[in-house]
Each structure stands twice: as C-alpha cells, then as structure tokens.
Design a protein. Structure first.
Lengths: 113, 111
C-alpha cells in the first residue's frame, strides 16, 4: 500500500513549456485534490475532484487544468508555464465520509525559469 | 468555514509536553476542529480531529473548550522529530471542498 504518490519529484521548465503532474492513490478514495505551497505560505487549493470523471475549481485555478479519467489518478496540467507557477505541488486524497482526513503525497517541486 | 488564529511560532523542550493553542471564536455547531502538521518539505500529515469532546490518539490529544471557541493540541512528550508547522483547521464535516490551510504554528523542539 503506497498511499499517495506523485510524479515527478522535481522538474525545471522554461517559460511557455507544458507539463503534466501525476498523482496516484491506491486507497480507493473518491476525493482527490491538488494544492500548491509557496515559501512561508500555507497550502492553497488549485483544483479538486469528488469522483471519477468530475473536477472542480479551487482557490487558485488559473493557468492549470486537471483530469480524473481513472479513480486512482488525478492529473494536473500546465499548458504554458510561467515563473509565477514556481512552487511545491501537493496532491491529496480522502474517503467520501464525514471526516476530513486527507492523505498527502510527498510533493513535486517545480521551477519555472 | 470559521477562521482560526494560531501563534506563529513556539518552542518546546524535548521530552516536555507541547501545548499548541488555536482560537476559533466563530465556530458553528456542525464544524469540526482538525489538526495537521507539516514536517519540513513533506506533505501535511493528519494528526487528530474533534467536534466537542476531548480526543486522544497515539499521536496527540485534542482539548476543546466547552464553548468550542478555542482548542489545544497536546503532544505529551515532544521529540525533535515533532519539529514542524502545525495547522488548526475548522470545517464542516462531510463537505466536498478543500481544507483551508493558514500559516499555522511553527513548533521548534529543542534538546
């Protein structure tokens, strides 16, 4: 049981390049989330999904797209990377219960030059 | 969701109890108090949550005041590995949306 995994762990992009971050969970969780964390800040939600085939915008969705084609995977895409998207990205998942126990991945560090 | 207020930083001696306060004076009756922590560079980790009763698990204890306007997370015997940022979050149970992470309390456990 690996929990929540993220790929890649670290990436350097040039402005304007595109990339996809992959989040995978093996806990059969319904809900999945993408957060970003900038230095000295708390986490901010980018997009989330309440089930396979569904996505919704979070607090800071601009410049990102997501897809949840399979229940276990949640993809975060950057179509045209900007230096402002330099951040650490965390994925999380949780069961569809009344509790808010989210399980987080180890993070992806992204540097946009 | 109710707003929370936490001190930006605290120190604790290794082996002593760490008591981390959180104020949530606008909490409503159906909102839970959750605690997470984030050890340097890692993803946040769930610690404990509660509604109105005190809660204890293998990691910590959560004490919620009778009026529910504040709470305290207690790490009974802090170790160096407990050095982290601790987040207090108030949220309606079962909501579809996200947890709102503020800046939390940076706990430094010193030898």
């Amino acid at each position: 049981n690996a929990g929540v995994t993220q790929t890649p762990k670290f990436r350097v992009l040039k402005t304007g390049q595109s990339m996809t971050l992959l989040c995978a969970q093996d806990m059969n969780h319904e809900y999945m989330y993408w957060y970003r964390q900038d230095p000295g800040m708390g986490l901010r939600l980018i997009h989330y999904s309440v089930g396979e085939g569904t996505t919704a915008k979070g607090e800071v969705p601009d410049g990102y797209n997501v897809s949840r084609l399979k229940k276990q995977n949640f993809l975060l895409g950057l179509e045209s990377a900007a230096p402002s998207q330099t951040s650490v990205y965390f994925c999380a998942s949780r069961e569809w219960t009344a509790q808010e126990t989210q399980y987080f991945g180890p993070g992806t560090r992204l540097l946009v030059l | 969701d109710a707003k929370t207020t936490q001190p930006p930083s605290m120190d604790c001696a290794e082996g002593r109890a760490a008591n981390l306060p959180c104020n949530h004076s606008t909490i409503s009756g159906n909102e839970y108090v959750y605690w997470y922590r984030q050890i340097h560079s890692q993803g946040p980790q769930y610690i404990i949550h509660g509604l109105k009763n005190n809660e204890t698990n293998e990691m910590a204890s959560l004490i919620i005041t009778e009026d529910r306007k504040s709470s305290t997370l207690i790490l009974p015997h802090a170790t160096l590995r407990d050095t982290a940022v601790y987040y207090c979050i108030v949220r309606v149970g079962g909501s579809q949306g996200n947890l709102i992470f503020g800046k939390g309390t940076k706990l430094s456990v010193k030898p």
